[in-house]
Ligand binder design. Structure first.
Ligand code: CU
Length: 246
């Protein structure tokens, strides 16, 4: 049996290892999305990145505790004798540890729930822009096509006006595809025979990526196109310059 002095030493060591790993984890959580995530072209995407940062920061001390105990156990509690090592202390009878664990995980879970519900409420289904506009999106092996209701325009690259609320009605001609505008944080399945809606307000002029997110056959990886977010006048000009498909 370990003496209480040895236990105290172990707890202090684990605490310091935990603290260092927590600080590293928090720094990575704050910095990594800026390096790894695409730029944000909508408030939805901004919220997605913010949520990733907050959830990673909240998870860092929990992960650090697992790593700290694992590292300490590997170095200090390694069994070097023959045969099966003796049992350690019975954690089930440790009421302090059990209460701390239950209370902290309950608080963390409630925090994540409240954050999630608040983020959904703030986002208003992805749209808080003016002049709502609808675009019909059709996926098929292996291309995207877009039509703009109220006009006779069809295109294979998507064109959108900036700061207007866009609702996409998404469907498929053959198998299940996934409509994903990478930099806008919008992703929804394209199902044959069904129209699924998703809304977003692009808030930055530029060209962004559209990908398919369901394995839909041989050329799934090449089912990509682009979205051009234009100023209102540039968008109106593009729309009127398109040949009618009717
Ligand atoms: Cu696809």
């Amino acid at each position: 049996m370990a003496t209480s002095n040895e236990n105290k030493k172990a707890i202090y060591s684990i605490f310091w290892i935990w603290l260092v790993i927590t600080i590293v984890g928090v720094l990575i959580s704050i910095k990594a999305p800026a390096w790894l995530m695409p730029t944000s072209a909508s408030s939805t995407m901004h919220l997605v990145i913010e949520t990733i940062v907050v959830f990673s920061v909240a998870a860092a001390p929990v992960a650090a505790l697992v790593y700290a105990i694992t590292l300490y156990a590997l170095v200090k509690w390694r069994w070097r004798g023959d045969g099966v090592p003796p049992d350690g202390p019975n954690l089930r009878n440790n009421s302090t540890l059990t209460s701390v664990w239950i209370v902290s995980s309950t608080m963390l879970t409630i925090f994540l729930l409240i954050w999630g519900l608040a983020a959904l409420a703030v986002d208003e289904g992805g749209g808080n822009g003016k002049n709502p506009m609808t675009v019909n999106v059709t996926g098929q092996q292996w291309a995207w096509s877009f039509t703009y209701p109220g006009t006779h325009v069809a295109s294979n690259e998507l064109y959108l006006p900036v700061n207007d609320k866009i609702t996409f009605n998404v469907t498929s001609k053959d198998v299940v595809h996934g409509f994903w505008i990478v930099q806008m944080g919008v992703k929804v399945n394209a199902n044959p025979g069904v129209s699924t809606s998703v809304s977003v307000t692009p808030n930055k002029i530029g060209t962004y990526d559209i990908r398919c997110t369901e394995i839909c056959g041989l050329y799934h990886a090449y089912m990509v196109t682009r979205v051009h977010v234009l100023s209102d006048t540039a968008f109106a000009k593009w729309l009127s310059s398109q040949p009618s498909r009717a």
